[in-house]
Ligand binder design. Structure first.
Ligand code: M6R
Length: 609
């Protein structure tokens, strides 16, 4: 996955290209490059490493010209290097391309092009696109691009530039995002909104197969068949500051602190005036519709999968419907039993995760009804699903997902209540009572966030340990999984989450003197059992940090430290207990000097397998 940008207008292209790429580095940051047409030829500059290396390279000698494209890379084919960095060119240097995705048939195309006399400079799949364009160009740039699209297989968003027709950029997409920002006498192309938000809020979101010829004062969009498409302008309703750090040192910390607002935004339009019902205008489900399903699957990856585990608990507990949860990369290849009586719920912050998208497409093909829970309006998953519930969390830039998780939990909780109301599986009083407690959650998250000093102390004290274990039962176990993922992905500490009852079946062997164990103990029905598990690890001299609800005066007797979160219904408590775990991961990463927003080997949205 990579970030791509394009500029056509009257100003120096390089300004927007570098600015846009800096906002897209979350998509990949192992190398970067730009290409600018200077009135005679196309100058390409690229550099391995962060965008800063490229900026250093061209400082004092910026490419000049008002037509350009740029790219920030996350390597798939070919290791990070100057020559594998995009943009890629043909043999003549007349055709230049940036790409996000994978050209699956590139080896066959490369062989063919080499036979035709083309010489390749990189190991990438993308370079074939530039040479193919050169090969099929017979005086009409757009016609040549269309011919290229007929020949390439795979997933892509692509921006093409040609010295032969230097008044425009041509772009297209399939299974990867691409938007066009509409300016005044200038237009922008980007993988995502943060890249353009400082220039314009007016956008076109390209659909798969559409081809856009973008000039400084016009944009012509056609479909696969070459027929004109009239697009609706999508007005971005969040501002540039929302995509900036707003005074925080890292996006992750900003996004952790945005959770009270994010969860409020997610729920506020979805509660009836009297506070006793959940409104899901997007769904309008009936009892018959719900009864038509004999199976509900929740499918997602990473943090979204962890949210799905909590979602299963909510739906089963409140709506009394059996739910199965699976990671998308497993689900799509296990020939799942899916038919028209299946409801498939996919969860994805970005709405672009390739395995989740593939699972969704396959399930639709098999006849399932599909519902997407996503944050990104107009994303591929949002467009593919039959129905969509948006989390409305605002842009999430940090690789480590935080506010996406809590807002996904809110939606699952509300969806479960909505189903329960339709199915009459809970009394009106119980539903009203739970909604009442739900409404307190934003303030309770704020309260949890205000008590950060002890967490900083733990992070400094234990941040250099090599192993950390997380244990819990029931919903606490689901949150433990998310806490351990957060820690490992940004601090590189080996962290494992175990269902506390499983410890004796193997993992207890790893518990030795001084090993930190984070024990969540908020679920009343299994509280005593969790306490016994805590005693087991204490007996092996582990250092235990307990996570409990206010009012619990018992846990502190058995652990070394306790972090308390406000009291609420035990169904809702994951929304609170996850917060100290996010903060612990953040401050552990800071203690170890890690690059929090850009952890090694990871990128924000995984649009390749
Ligand atoms: O955009 P998605 O929610 O589909 O992304 C899924 C995972 O890639 C994502 O949650 C990942 O696990 C995060 N880096 C975790 O913090």
């Amino acid at each position: 996955m990579c970030g791509i940008v394009g500029y056509v207008g009257d100003k120096q292209a390089v300004g927007f290209l570098l600015e846009g790429l800096s906002k897209l580095e979350y998509r990949g940051y192992d190398s970067a490059g730009i290409a600018v047409y200077d009135g005679a030829s196309i100058r390409v500059e690229k550099s391995v490493g962060r965008l800063a290396s490229l900026e250093e390279k061209i400082e004092g000698n910026m490419p000049k010209g008002s037509l350009g494209i740029g790219h920030t890379r996350w390597a798939t084919h070919g290791r990070p290097s100057d020559r594998n960095a995009h943009p890629h060119t043909d043999c003549t240097g007349d055709f230049v391309v940036v790409h996000n995705g994978i050209i699956e048939n590139y080896l066959a195309l490369k062989e063919e092009l080499i036979e035709q006399g083309h010489s390749f400079k990189s190991e990438t799949d993308t370079e074939v696109v530039a040479h193919l364009l050169e090969e099929v160009y017979h005086g009409d740039f757009e016609a040549a691009v269309r011919e290229v699209l007929r020949r390439v297989e795979g997933s892509y968003s692509l921006v093409f530039m040609s010295r032969q027709q230097p008044d425009c950029l041509i772009c297209t997409k399939k299974d990867n995002p691409l938007i066009i920002g509409l300016g005044d006498g200038e237009n922008f192309i980007a993988s995502d909104i943060p890249a353009i938000i400082q220039r314009t809020r007016r956008t076109f979101i390209l659909n798969d197969g559409e081809v856009a010829v973008v000039r400084k004062d016009s944009i012509a969009i056609t479909n696969r068949l070459g027929e004109p498409v009239t697009k609706k302008v999508f007005e971005v309703n969040w501002n540039a500051e929302a995509a900036e750090k707003g005074g925080y040192e890292h996006f992750m910390l900003k996004e952790i602190n945005e959770q009270p607002k994010a969860v409020r935004d997610t729920m506020s339009q979805r509660i009836s005036k009297d506070g006793n019902s959940v409104l899901m205008e997007e769904l309008k489900w009936t009892k018959e519709y719900l009864n038509s399903f004999n199976k509900v699957y929740i499918v997602a990856c990473g943090t979204a999968y962890h949210a799905g585990l909590v979602g299963k608990f909510y739906i089963e507990k409140l709506a009394r419907i059996i739910v199965e949860v699976d990671v998308a990369s497993e689900f799509r290849y296990r020939n799942p039993i899916v038919d028209e009586n299946t409801l498939l719920i996919v969860v994805s912050q970005s709405g672009e995760t390739s395995d989740t998208l593939a699972a969704l497409k396959e399930s639709r093909r098999l006849g399932a009804k599909t519902l997407a829970i996503t944050n990104v309006v107009g994303s591929s998953i949002a467009r593919e699903a039959d129905q969509v519930l948006y989390t409305w969390a605002g842009p999430e830039i940090a690789v480590a997902s935080t506010k996406a998780y809590t807002t996904q939990l809110i939606l699952f909780f509300m969806l479960a209540l909505y189903m329960a109301e339709i199915k009459e599986s809970q009394t009106r009083e119980r539903i009203g009572q739970l909604i009442g407690m739900l409404k307190n959650i934003p303030a309770q998250i704020s309260e949890t966030l205000s008590d950060v000093e002890p967490i900083k102390t733990f992070a400094r004290k234990y941040g250099f340990n090599e192993d950390v274990f997380y244990i819990g039962r029931s919903l606490d176990y689901d949150v433990a999984l998310e806490g351990s993922l957060k820690l490992k992905e940004i601090s590189y500490i080996h962290a494992e989450a175990y269902a506390a009852g499983e410890l004796k079946h193997g993992t207890l062997a790893l518990i030795v003197e001084g090993v930190p164990v984070i024990a969540l103990a908020t679920q009343k029905s299994v509280y005593e059992k969790t306490l016994s598990n805590i005693k087991e690890v204490k007996a092996r001299d582990a250092v235990v940090i307990g996570i409990a609800a206010e009012g619990d005066d018992e846990l502190q007797k058995y652990v070394d430290h306790v972090i308390k979160v406000p009291e609420t219904d035990e169904l809702l408590i994951p929304l609170l207990t996850v917060v100290p775990l996010q903060l612990l991961a953040y401050y552990a990463a800071i203690t170890r000097g890690c690059d929090v927003d850009k952890p090694r080997n990871l990128a924000k949205s995984v649009t390749v397998e």
